[in-house]
Design a protein around this ligand. Structure first.
Ligand SMILES: *[C@@H]1O[C@H](CO)[C@@H](O)[C@H](O)[C@H]1NC(C)=O
Ligand SMILES: *[C@@H]1O[C@H](CO)[C@@H](O)[C@H](O)[C@H]1NC(C)=O
Ligand SMILES: *[C@@H]1O[C@H](CO)[C@@H](O)[C@H](O)[C@H]1NC(C)=O
Length: 213
């Protein structure tokens, strides 16, 4: 077997490998709406009575695109990821200036939304303090989500799939329970917690090849 045949073979193997990796990666940018509602409630512990507003906010900020970049700001700043978090103050471009959330803007555009949610909670708290409603930080929420947002999750089954005893949406006492510990939000959440959804937050499952990266 000549060396050119060998390298042809290797190129073929490499191309198949890359195709199996890249194609689903492109699709993985869109977070399933109802899965996001479940994850925000059960995995990231947002208050039950806020979930439909977060879903409305994400719908009109990024349309559920985890890698969205928004450039509509008049000052030329950019917004990043599912929650369209601004690089003017919150995330860091690697130019020496630390964003208030202590993370890079790039990390807000990957498929792992854990850091996005932690940062969004921080923004929410600051604006809750400043204006009495944390959602005021998001222009799209102000324009689109101030009324009744129930319809954004009305068709979703928000029960936890791994714990039948978890409270469902609409139980105000469980929402109040969650709101008592917002100061935990800025800290990384317990990494030991089993995370069944970590690899399956999107409507399309990743190929096995994904796990090797
Ligand atoms: C998500 O946003 C990125 C960056 O703006 C864009 O390239 C990509 O096409 C978007 N994906 C979808 C599904 O809209
Ligand atoms: C909602 O999901 C839970 C957990 O997956 C399941 O046990 C329950 O039957 C579902 N409810 C409906 C109405 O589909
Ligand atoms: C809400 O949850 C609490 C305990 O978590 C339970 O005692 C109460 O009955 C629930 N209320 C409703 C309306 O489901």
């Amino acid at each position: 077997m000549s060396s050119s045949a060998t390298s042809l073979f290797m190129t073929g193997v490499l191309m198949v490998f890359m195709a199996s990796w890249c194609v689903p990666l492109g699709r993985a940018q869109t977070y399933d709406r109802c899965q996001l509602a479940r994850d925000l409630l059960h995995k990231y512990k947002l208050p039950a009575n806020q979930i439909s507003q977060w879903i409305c906010l994400v719908r009109w900020e990024s349309n559920f695109n985890t890698s969205a970049i928004g450039s509509l700001n008049s000052d030329g700043s950019l917004d990043h990821g599912l929650f369209q978090i601004s690089d003017l103050y919150w995330c860091d471009h690697g130019n020496g200036m630390d964003g208030a959330c202590g993370l890079t803007c790039e990390s807000l555009r990957n498929e792992d939304i854990k850091d996005d949610v932690i940062c969004a909670k921080r923004i929410f708290r600051q604006h809750q303090h400043l204006t009495g409603n944390g959602f005021n930080a998001w222009v799209a929420w102000k324009h689109r989500c101030q009324g009744n947002t129930d319809s954004y999750i009305a068709d979703c089954n928000t029960s936890s799939s791994d714990d039948g005893s978890s409270p469902s949406l609409g139980n105000d006492s469980s929402g109040a329970d969650r709101e008592r510990k917002p100061q935990l939000a800025a800290q990384p959440e317990n990494p030991q917690q089993p995370n069944n959804w970590l690899w399956f937050p999107f409507s399309h499952a990743f190929p096995t090849g994904w796990l090797f990266f």
